[in-house]
Ligand binder design. Sequence first.
Ligand SMILES: [Zn+2]
Length: 271
Amino acid sequence: MANRITSHSFSDFLKPSQVIFELKAKGKVQAIEELLDVLAKEKLIKNKKLILTRVIDRERLESTAIGEHIALPHARVDTESDIAVAVGRSEKGIDFDAIDKKKVHLIILVVWNPAIPGLFNHLFAGLARFLRRADFRKRIFEATSRAELLSILSEIQLQLPQEERIISRASLLYKLQEIEIRKRRASKSQIKELQKQANLIREELDEALLMRFDKLMQRYGFAVAEVQDGVCQGCNINVATQMSSAIEGSNDIYVCENCGKFLISARKKKK
Ligand SMILES: [Zn+2]
């Protein structure tokens, strides 16, 4: 089962029929469904309903809109293939609850098989490297046909170091912590739902990180601490200035040198 994937170009997963040049959908859920329809038609997935639920559940935890008009909704489920990708473009844009509030004009939907654990980071790292380039995004948004869009996306290569991650692991850890804390006071039925959410997050994080996280949770009741004005809120000790500024807006994992907790930049209050 392992290493069935030998290709390293994004286009190897993307046939022209898996690219919708103009989505009909006006909303986020409909757009995801429209893309799943394509995958079902191509026989790349079978249980569309289940996958839709999984993708939406994941989306509810934290929007996969990564800013600059791009979203990467995803789910890890048993698929007919190793990986199923569909791309949709929307001229008008779709509201995806993006961090930067910008409407999403490009959606890359990824469903991948749990039998290949490393694939997620590998694929997303590749996408990140290309999509964070303003010139590359500009070409994507200026494409005038499906063929042109597909040809631009075909330039994406997937051989990349693991470190380049587009989804913030620190922010996922923080979310996981919130869920674990809520579980303590939840009713039996609530716990089931919370556990489902926790598992979704756990699937995206490395085992080593999770082990450390669980250990910290067990010992201190929490594992992720905010850095506020340069001070670790977990132990009230100053964090090295250099690290403090690095944490800001970073997707890397930082650990407090004093108390060992994962550090995250101070969360903005949700409205
Ligand atoms: Zn600390």
